[in-house]
Write a protein that binds this ligand. Structure first.
Ligand SMILES: [Zn+2]
Length: 79
């Protein structure tokens, strides 16, 4: 529910653990190089797509989407 729209194009999130970008649906090992990108341009280059079609979300947004973080509440799941 809410306003989480289904991915219509490439979505990445900024990982709060390794500081790199991962695909939105990736929730695995940060050392998985095939799912880790330095920035959206690296992602676009690797997949031969337009960098403008890449949307980057914050780590917080990723956690909220998964119900791991409640918006507005000071909560640090990595602590
Ligand atoms: Zn990571």
């Amino acid at each position: 529910m809410g306003n989480t729209k289904p991915p219509s194009h490439s979505q990445l999130y900024e990982c709060g653990i390794c500081d790199c970008l991962h695909p939105w649906h990736f929730f695995g090992d940060c050392r998985d190089d095939s799912n880790r990108y330095a920035d959206e341009e690296a992602f676009a280059a690797r997949h031969a797509i337009d960098p403008m079609a890449v949307e980057v979300f914050s780590w917080e947004e990723r956690l909220i989407a998964d119900g791991l973080l409640i918006k507005g509440e000071p909560n640090n799941p990595t602590a």
